[in-house]
Design a protein around this ligand. Sequence first.
Ligand code: UD1
Ligand code: UDP
Length: 377
Amino acid sequence: MKIVTVIGARPQIIKASAISRSLSEYFQGKTQEIIVHTGQHYDRNMSEVFFEELHIPRPKYNLNIGSGTHGIQTAGMISGLEQILLDERPDAVILYGDTNSTLAGAVAAGKIDIPIVHVEAGLRSFDKTMPEEINRILCDHVSTLLFCPTKAGYDNLKHEGFNTDISLHPTFNNPNVYLCGDIMYDNTLYFERIALAKQETKNRFPEDFILCTVHRNTNTDDKDKLTDIVKALCEVSLYRTIVIPMHPRTKKMVYSLLSEKTLDAFVNNKNIIITEPVSFLDMIYLESQASLVITDSGGVQKEAYFLKKPCIILRPQTEWTEIVETGSAFIAATNTDVIIKKAKEYLDCPPDNFPSLFGDGHAADFITKTIHSTLNG
Ligand code: UD1
Ligand code: UDP
């Protein structure tokens, strides 16, 4: 069987490692996996570091698309991917999540009738002003195999009219929808032990800290929202050191949008450690040691939950609704006072309600076995 895996943005490279690992464990010699990198992320610490650290097969193709407006970036990817798919003629294309690379893969493969496997299907924020919401809806609706990580995702697809009966031979017009757990839970379990053993990481970070990441365009590109987040972080840093591995997008906008006074209070704050983006093993280490996680990242809010850490979500809503329902994650959006109040509350009284919501750690195996049993030949 020949499978093309499309990746492009940081979280997709990390996700792909779970599927590649499962393919090599169960289908060595029976499956050829061809990795195509769109080049959406290209800095060493946004791309290459993950291939090295997580032992992901090297891409056979890199489209080197780079950054741009949504239209320019996505269009470049579509035409590049179309040509590769026409040349390779795979039995299936695997797409992850909801980035522009996902959308481009969906349009390219869908139009030439190559079955699409969507990993992380069904998630919805119900906010179509998010580019990711458009990407994930469009991808789901041209997929042949849809793998939902959570019950909420599965239910969303049912409400959108997907038939949830399982067919032995799913097709474009008669897709199969599965509830299978989250491959990032698989990855977190798999890499946690390795991450915790890295002494060199322990030496680089303080003992007691809050971990924060921010990169969502609605936060970084809006002066008021970015200022509100930064003001909250400056206040919270009075209680605990904050470590911020900063996305390149955020770095650019912090320096171009913040007032001189706010910028100075932020970047010259001795209780705020701003670093370049870190590797996945370092990130897992940081998440597992932090007393609190503050983030607008989809992946980071989930990993905080996997590692039983409270999380303040810097968005007005989340696709991972179940973690908020437990009380261990809280939606604060960019409200400075709410972020500060909740941070104090979580630091003083950490939650301990983390029921199992993301499967059994073998979602990737379910996915590879299902691809083989339904799309092979
Ligand atoms: C993208 C995804 C988002 C995902 C995030 C993961 C879309 C629409 N958005 O957002 O869903 O959560 O990736 O991190 O696909 N840049 C660099 N170096 C890089 C990559 C980006 O400097 O290696 C800078 C560029 O200035 C670029 C900006 O970051 O313009 C944004 O990059 P882009 O890939 O367009 O979107 P992300 O915000 O990373
Ligand atoms: N991540 C990482 N280094 C960092 C920040 C994030 O390895 O400096 C990992 C994180 O552990 C998670 C994934 O990247 O697995 C999340 O990606 P991101 O926050 O960029 O995007 P999102 O999940 O919001 O799409």
